[in-house]
Design a protein around this ligand. Structure first.
Ligand SMILES: [Zn+2]
Length: 470
C-alpha cells in the first residue's frame, strides 16, 4: 500500500476522531467570546465537526469505547463535559482574534505594543498573566491568540480583550478582561482528540524515514523498535521492500498541530518473507505485554543452559585456566556433558560464524538482535546446515558437545555477549516468555479479533478516502 501523506491520512481518519473534552479547569472564570481562538480553545463548538465518533466495534453504540489496554487513558484526566460559560453580553463591541507567532527576541510586551495596545494596558495584562504563567517562557515559534476589541464609542483605541497560548501539549493559559475592568488569568486543560491511528509503509531507505512518512510519531516509533528488538536487529535485518503496519493511539490537540503517540495496540513486520506480529494485551494479573497471534510473548529470553542434562563445570569470572595453568578471565560458563550431546541455539537469530576458531575448536556464534550474541565452543561437530548467514530458532540443534580446541575434557563453553562484551549467562535477566494460558488465552483470542476488526475498518476507510482523492 502506498505511503500516506499526512493530509490524506487526516482526511480519512477524521471521522474516527474522538473528542475527550478534558475538563475545562477554571473555565467558569472565563467568558466565551464570539471570537474564539482559531484552534478551538475550550469551546465545544469548535471541535464538534471533527468529533463525530464512530464505534470501535460494530454494535457498541455510538459512543467511543476506549480500547481496553490503552494505558494513555489512565495518564490523562478523566473526560468531563466541556463547560461553556454563559456568553457575556457584548452588544457594542467587536472582538477580533489575532494569531501571532513569537519571533526570536520577542517579549510579550513587544508583541502587544506591536498590535497597537497601549503600554499601560499591556503592563496590566502581563501582571495578571504572571499569576499563572511567566511570559519569559515564551519561545520563538510559539503561537499566541490575542483578542482585541474596538469600542464603538472610541473607534480609534484598541483594547486588549484577552489572550491565550498553549503552554504545553495539554495545557493553555488564558487571560480575559473582567467586567470590573481588570484582567483575570487561568490555566485550562485543553480538550484533546484521541483516536486509533493506522500507519503502514514499505521501507525503501530506513525504517525511520518510512515511519516518518507514514506519520508515526517519534515516541511511537521508538516503542515499536523496542517491541521487536528481540526478533529484529534493526541495524542489519531491515531491507528495502520490508513492510510494517502499526495501530496506535494518537493524542492530538484540536488543531492537530501537536500530536503525540500513545500506546501501540498492534504492530507487524514483514521481513524477507517472515511475518512478525505483536498484539497488546493485559493479563488477568494486571501485567501488560505484547504477544504474537498464537499468544506467545514477543519478548524472549536467551536459554541459560543451551544443552540438556549438563553439569555446570566452570563459572564465569577469574579462574586458573585448566590447560594454560595461569589465572585469567573465564568469559563464559562451561557445561560438562557427554560427547555428542546436542547443543541448542539459545534464542532465535542469525549464525555469524560456524567453523574452526583456534582454541575454541569447532565454534558457532549467533546474533540474536542488536544487543545480544551467543557463542558455543569446543563442539565435536557443527550440525548440518549451520553456516554463516543461516537463521536459527531457539532450541534448534546447532552442534554437539565435544572436546575440540584447548580443552581437557568434553564440555560446552557457552558465552553471552551484550553489545560485544561477554556477560555472565547465569545472571541474565530473564523475561517471562511463556505463552498465555487458560482464561488469559480465551480473553486474548477475543482481543485479537477486536484489534483485527479495528484494523480492517481503518484500512477500509483509508482505501475509500484514497479512492475519493483520486
Ligand atoms: Zn569455558
Amino acid at each position: 500500500m502506498a505511503l500516506l501523506s499526512r493530509n490524506s491520512a487526516h482526511r480519512m481518519l477524521l471521522p474516527a476522531a474522538v473528542v475527550l473534552a478534558i475538563g475545562v479547569a477554571g473555565g467558569a472564570l472565563l467568558l466565551e467570546r464570539p471570537a474564539a481562538p482559531p484552534d478551538g480553545g475550550a469551546t465545544p463548538q469548535a471541535t464538534r465537526n471533527e468529533a463525530a465518533p464512530i464505534p470501535l466495534t460494530a454494535g457498541h453504540g455510538e459512543n467511543w469505547e476506549p480500547v481496553p489496554g490503552f494505558e494513555a487513558a489512565a495518564t490523562l484526566p478523566d473526560p468531563t463535559p466541556s463547560v461553556a460559560a454563559a456568553p457575556m453580553p457584548l452588544p457594542s463591541r467587536a472582538v477580533i482574534a489575532r494569531e501571532v507567532e513569537v519571533r526570536r527576541g520577542d517579549t510579550l510586551m513587544e508583541i502587544l505594543l506591536r498590535l497597537g495596545i497601549p503600554r499601560a494596558q499591556a503592563h496590566e495584562a502581563i501582571a495578571s498573566l504572571r499569576e499563572v504563567y511567566d511570559p519569559r517562557r515564551l519561545r520563538p515559534g510559539q503561537y499566541l491568540t490575542v483578542e482585541l476589541e474596538r469600542l464603538r464609542s472610541e473607534e480609534k483605541e484598541l483594547r486588549l480583550a484577552g489572550l491565550s497560548l498553549a503552554v504545553d501539549f495539554a495545557t493553555r493559559v488564558r487571560l480575559a478582561r473582567t467586567d470590573a475592568g481588570g484582567f483575570e488569568a487561568a490555566t485550562l486543560e485543553r480538550p484533546l482528540l484521541r483516536r486509533p491511528a493506522l500507519a503502514s509503509g514499505t521501507i525503501s531507505g530506513s525504517l525511520y524515514k518510512a515511519a516518518g512518512a507514514a506519520g508515526v510519531p517519534g515516541r511511537t516509533l521508538a516503542e515499536l523498535v523496542r517491541l521487536f528488538s528481540w526478533d529484529i536487529d534493526f541495524q542489519r535485518d531491515i531491507r528495502p521492500g520490508d513492510r510494517f503496519t502499526i495501530l496506535y493511539e494518537e493524542v492530538s490537540t484540536p488543531d492537530r498541530r501537536q500530536r503525540r503517540g500513545g500506546a501501540i495496540l498492534y504492530a507487524a513486520f514483514e521481513l524477507g518473507g517472515e511475518r512478525l506480529t505483536a498484539y497488546r494485551f493485559t493479563r488477568r494479573d494486571g501485567t501488560t505485554g505484547y504477544y504474537d497471534r498464537s499468544g506467545k510473548s514477543v519478548r524472549k529470553s536467551l536459554m541459560r543452559t543451551p544443552v540438556d542434562g549438563a553439569r555446570l563445570s566452570s563459572r564465569f569470572g577469574k579462574r586458573r585456566h585448566p590447560v594454560l595453568g595461569y589465572t585469567r578471565m573465564h568469559k563464559g560458563v562451561d557445561f560438562a556433558a557427554p560427547r555428542g550431546t546436542p547443543i541448542y541455539a539459545a534464542g532465535d537469530g542469525t549464525v555469524t560464524f560456524a567453523g574452526r576458531n583456534k582454541g575454541y575448536g569447532n565454534y558457532v556464534r549467533i546474533r540474536h538482535n542488536g544487543t545480544y550474541t551467543t557463542a558455543y565452543a569446543h563442539m565435536q561437530r557443527i550440525a548440518k546446515g549451520i553456516r554463516r548467514g543461516v537463521r536459527v530458532r531457539q532450541g534448534q540443534v546447532i552442534g554437539y558437545v565435544g572436546a575440540t580446541g584447548l580443552v581437557t575434557g568434553s564440555h560446552l563453553h557457552y558465552e553471552v555477549l551484550r553489545d560485544g562484551r561477554q556477560v555472565n549467562p547465569l545472571k541474565l535477566k530473564q523475561v517471562a516468555a511463556d505463552a498465555l494460558r487458560g482464561a488469559d488465552r480465551v480473553a486474548f483470542a477475543r482481543r485479537v479479533a477486536e484489534i483485527d476488526a479495528l484494523r480492517a475498518r481503518l484500512a477500509e476507510e483509508r482505501m475509500v478516502a484514497e479512492a475519493r482523492a483520486d
